[in-house]
Structure formats: C-alpha cells, structure tokens
Design a protein around this ligand. Sequence first.
Ligand code: CO
Length: 137
Amino acid sequence: MDISHIEHLGIAVNSIEESLPYYEGVLGLKCYNIEVVEDQKVKTAFFKVGQTKIELLEPTSPDSTIAKFLEKKGEGIHHIAFSVADGVANALKEVEEKGVQLIDKAPRGGAEGLSIAFLHPKSTKGVLTELCEDPKK
Ligand code: CO
C-alpha cells in the first residue's frame, strides 16, 4: 500500500464541548467541523494541524465502541488513520493477504465523506489503525 500521510489521530473524549477549552483555548487550534456519524454512534470534532487532523470522538450512545473504550481506558488516543494513495480496497486486500486481521472487510463511509476501514489492533501492534481515502480526490 502507498501511505501518503497521517490523515488524522482519533482521540476519545467524554465530551467535545468540555474538550474545546483545551484544544482551542490552550493549543490554539480551531474546530472547523462537528459531525455525528450515526452508524458509529459518535459525534466528531475536527481540527487541522498541518495536513493532519485531530478527530475528537464523543460517544452518542452507551453501546458505542467509544463509550466502551472510555469505560476501559479513559480519555486518550483511540486510533491512527493513514491516508492511502492507492485506495482503501487495494490496501485491505494487500494486508489481508499478509495475515492482518480486519475489522472492516470492505471500505465504508466515515466522517468528512472519507472512505475508511479499520484493521484489528491484534494485528497492528496494539494500535487501532484506520485506512482512509478521499473519494473526491
Ligand atoms: Co478516524
């Protein structure tokens, strides 16, 4: 696969609203988008840091995977997302052939209109890994 850059870091938070004073007030970043991703039961907030983004993830339901993550580990880094220049479908096929356990067998829709898929942390040295591409590019 052809990773071009880190697209975003996903960070689990209890509350986006309560996180803004840190990200905006202390770090001086600007939240440019807040979006609910229904099928993942999360509310997301985005900040740009160069060509990489920070994606805050707040659960919208107690059975959200983010709610379970917060319960177990508390707030903190949840996943890393790589932008793949040759497409998520290609990358999935390639890593599956290399024995990587997939969470998503096929690309699906994520926040910001991206096409995304997750690799299982069991196969990625403990880091939940997202592959993504912008279908508009
Ligand atoms: Co993400």
